[in-house]
Design a protein around this ligand. Structure first.
Ligand code: PMP
Length: 414
């Protein structure tokens, strides 16, 4: 499974001739090789490239004034507390504010149901540490969020893909995989998924919960994008469905609605599992930054986060619409793409024979970029798939980027 290449000490670090070599880095780290597209994507950082590749929130929409004021107030009013070590579970005021928001959206939650994490990515790591033995099966949507695959891989999980369609994971395929694989955990991004932007409809959420209840596995419901809804009514969280409420963990994040640099997220988990996550977190980082938590709590008290989310939604809706307007002329005949009703991504597929990974270099030659879809799969990839993020450019730039993409793909045959 792991390459047997020489690992460890940097090739360029000179070693005195008398010194014995140090042991190599662990196989679990060595096995996570560089992504084949990472080097190409480094080229998208050039300012002249219009990049739909990143998964970044729009920085001009960060509420810099509101966040600055929150930090200033925290440092003025309670500097000794804000700069001190604090509890692993997290700032009580922040947990109370998050609990209030979740309860307000239909998921009854108390502050003690929550553990504040250093981004929701850490929540994933803690849950994996708490639940997964090497060799345990983790079921994932195919395609799946890449850093989740890495996390499960580090834990030595056997990651098994489950088929999806335009509405997300397919319940019949999930049932078949559950019966065959006896999974410990199912990882899902049910709303505005990364990379596909897809949303699981309510009936499928019910089917997932029923399967977890009947066959006994954990559901990890990762929801960093759910509040970025442009239209339509929200679907219920799987965590709110009684069938699997005792075995569903909800991961939340402030990255897409406040700012990712805060590195603030949370885990809402049943009591026993939450306690195990607290222990895992003690070993990981003792606790999430005291001052960042205090500032976020202050922000939630003093500012109107929902109004701010409204601003983000309006901007992203316009940008999504600009992308949808430009795609028909940009992609070759026979291509397909979806119309996500929120989030940050459109998922497109070039017709049979086109390879989006190979074509990325051509696109960058025309100063436009996307992320090829293939690396997001752990089953058989759709080689024509690509992820297009619409968040970080104005509608005009998006239109221009798609004109460039059209030029790049014009005349290319499969
Ligand atoms: N889950 C998903 C599906 C994501 O797309 C991301 C980040 N893009 C994360 C988790 C991690 O987010 P954070 O750690 O910033 O909360």
């Amino acid at each position: 499974m792991y390459p047997a290449a020489p690992l460890g000490a940097d090739a360029h670090a000179a070693r005195p001739s008398s010194a014995a070599p140090v042991p190599p880095v662990a196989a679990r780290v060595a096995s996570v090789g560089a992504s084949p597209v990472r080097e190409i994507l480094a080229l998208t950082e050039r300012p002249e490239v219009i990049s739909f590749a990143g998964g970044l929130p729009a920085p001009e929409l960060f509420d810099v004034a509101g966040l600055s004021a929150a930090y200033e107030r925290v440092l003025a009013e309670s500097p000794r507390r804000a700069l001190q070590y604090s509890t692993t579970e997290g700032d009580p005021a922040l947990r109370a504010a998050v609990a209030g928001r979740l309860t307000g959206r239909g998921l009854a939650t108390g502050p003690d149901d929550l553990l504040v994490t250093t981004g929701s990515q850490q929540g994933l790591t803690l849950l994996t540490t708490a639940l997964i033995e090497p060799g345990d099966v983790v079921l994932v949507e195919d395609p799946c969020y890449l850093a989740a695959l890495q996390t499960f891989g580090f834990a030595g999980a056997r990651v098994v893909p489950v088929a999806t369609d335009d509405d997300g994971i397919v319940p019949a395929a999930l049932e078949e995989a559950v019966l065959r694989e006896r999974p410990t955990l199912l990882y899902l991004v049910p709303t505005f998924q990364n990379p596909t932007g897809r949303t699981l409809p309510p009936d499928r959420r019910g089917a997932v919960a029923e399967l977890a209840a009947r066959h006994g596995f954990w559901i990890v419901e990762d929801d960093p994008y759910g509040e970025l809804r442009f239209e339509g009514a929200p679907e219920p969280w799987i965590a709110s469905l009684p069938a699997a409420a005792d075995r569903t963990v909800l991961l939340g994040s402030f990255s897409k609605i406040m700012a990712p640099g805060l590195r603030l997220g949370y885990v809402r988990a049943p009591q026993g599992l939450r306690r195990s996550c607290v222990i895992a977190k003690q070993a990981a980082d003792l606790h999430t930054s005291t001052i960042d938590q205090a500032a976020a709590a202050r922000y939630l008290h003093d500012s109107d986060l929902d109004a701010h989310i409204g601003v983000i939604r309006d901007a992203y809706r316009e940008r999504r619409d600009a992308m949808l307007a430009g795609l028909p002329a940009a992609l070759p005949p026979g291509s397909t793409w979806n119309r996500p009703s929120g989030g940050m991504f459109v998922w497109a597929s070039l017709p049979g024979g086109y390879d989006a990974t190979e074509l990325l270099g051509v696109a960058i030659g025309h100063e436009v970029a996307y992320v090829p879809g293939a690396p997001f799969y752990c089953g058989e990839p759709d080689r024509g798939a690509l992820r297009l993020s619409f968040t970080t450019h104005s509608p005009g730039e998006i239109g221009e980027g798609l004109v460039r993409l059209g030029r790049a793909l014009a005349g290319r045959t499969p």
